[in-house]
Ligand binder design. Sequence first.
Ligand SMILES: [Zn+2]
Length: 192
Amino acid sequence: MIEVIDAEAARRALHHGALTCPSCRTGRLRPWGRARHRAITGAHGVRRQLRPDRGRCSDCRATHVLLPADILVGRAYAVDVIGPALAAFARGTGRRTIAAELGVPASTVADWTRRLTANADAITLDAVRRVVALDQDLLSTTVHARPAAAALDALGRLATAITARWPAAGRDPWRLLALATGGRLLRPSYPG
Ligand SMILES: [Zn+2]
């Protein structure tokens, strides 16, 4: 799975053999059809259909889906819905309140927040390590009682460090959050 900022640019790069395989890091990805259809719900309940491009490595034969930067792997809502939900949860807002505000079923919000809590320590560790590599001055000195709050704090700092180093990554914090985690933020194991 590869998170891409600009799906059109990524498609051109794929067709020109310009994408390196994230599995073996040496092979080049070649076009390998499209991934399955998926329906994604964004902010304000806006739905869209998506069929991401897929590439296959010329060396190790691994296949990778080119997922747009506003999508998390295995989730039917865009990151501009999931991100604010996670941020509210990290601030201590109840799941039912979050669900009502975002127009998402409470069970779905509960699923996201459970997964975030389960992955929180791994996310924090990974994000802090990467912030150290980019800009140590951005490290947090705040101690968070909730693991989820620590994880989102660390991810926010990582997003800031990424924007500073690579302005082309954009400034949308939730897209950066998806990119920084390879869309794997809420996977059963992180980073996986
Ligand atoms: Zn490969």
